[in-house]
Design a protein around this ligand. Sequence first.
Ligand code: NAP
Length: 321
Amino acid sequence: MFAVYADRPSPDDPLAALVVGERPEPVAPEGWVSVRVKAASLNMHDLWTLRGVGIKPDQFPMILGCDGAGELADGSEVVLHSVITSPGWVGDETLDPRRTLLTEKHQGSFAELVTVPARNVLPKPAGLSFAEAACMGTAWLTAYRMLFVKSGLRPGQTMLVQGASGGVSTALIALGKAAGLRVWVTGRTEEKRAVATELGADAVFESGVRLPERVDGVFETVGKATWSHSMKSLKPGGIIVISGATSGDASAAELQRLFFLQLRVVGSTMGTRDELADLLAFCAQADIHPRIGSTLPLAEAETGMRDMLEGKTDGKIVFTR
Ligand SMILES: NC(=O)c1ccc[n+]([C@@H]2O[C@H](COP(=O)([O-])OP(=O)(O)OC[C@H]3O[C@@H](n4cnc5c(N)ncnc54)[C@H](OP(=O)(O)O)[C@@H]3O)[C@@H](O)[C@H]2O)c1
């Protein structure tokens, strides 16, 4: 079948490991289902996979794509939940020490077909297109958990999102706005800050500038490039929720500030099946649609990946079949 995959780890030149070609059709083991993929979205995770980060060398070749939406054999329309737990695991799927995300052990969704355990598909809401639904399983689910499960922020409080135009960032802005928070955003260029404004941000700032006042919570996926600013931007008792470190590890943890101002730093990864169901319901109830910057045929995946690699994002990048 047609598929977009990584044929080896390529740490310095991720696109050198990218192949647009053919892979064997997957066979669903007992208790699993085959999904005919209609759309899947690009995540930074796919670039990490091409670099060999978070995947063992013996797992290549690996079909990329860690979210998606499509159809089951009976024609029902579904959204993928891509956190796959070990057999018998009960409870929060993200806390299973042996959980994997699609593309870490099991083949991903940038293909005609993907197989997942039957519990890893949820009904696609009628109000979301396949392309929109494909954004939900990774970036949007991560943003949902960061904001509504981990941060403890309430409507009326102020949240700062580091980064304006990325998948997780745009989801945080849209969800925060819909939930009644005051949403402040940093962006690296005027163009990117304009994306945040269009999504409803209450104020936008150049990366690293001193804010007019300190905020209740900061949402981090950038790491090194923004960490110090995040720490300095918090009110006493404030919280940073972090789910990524795109620019690398922070050079200083700023421990004195952490204890003296009684700050909290909380990690967050993906979300549970129930949280994905709640996210889909929230999008339906509040008529929220993910911002999609470009929609490309899967055969042109390299173009989308190059854009992400070069930081040219305007919301999600989606591949369709
Ligand atoms: N833990 C999890 O479960 C989970 C899930 C999803 C994503 N993540 C992680 O979250 C991060 C973002 O993922 P994504 O898919 O949203 O990526 P993306 O769409 O490429 O977005 C990248 C974001 O990083 C921002 N950024 C700001 N300064 C940066 C710098 N110096 N270098 C690079 N980027 C900078 C960009 O802001 P501008 O708009 O200003 O350019 C943009 O908002 C990745 O590290 C990813 O691995 C983790």
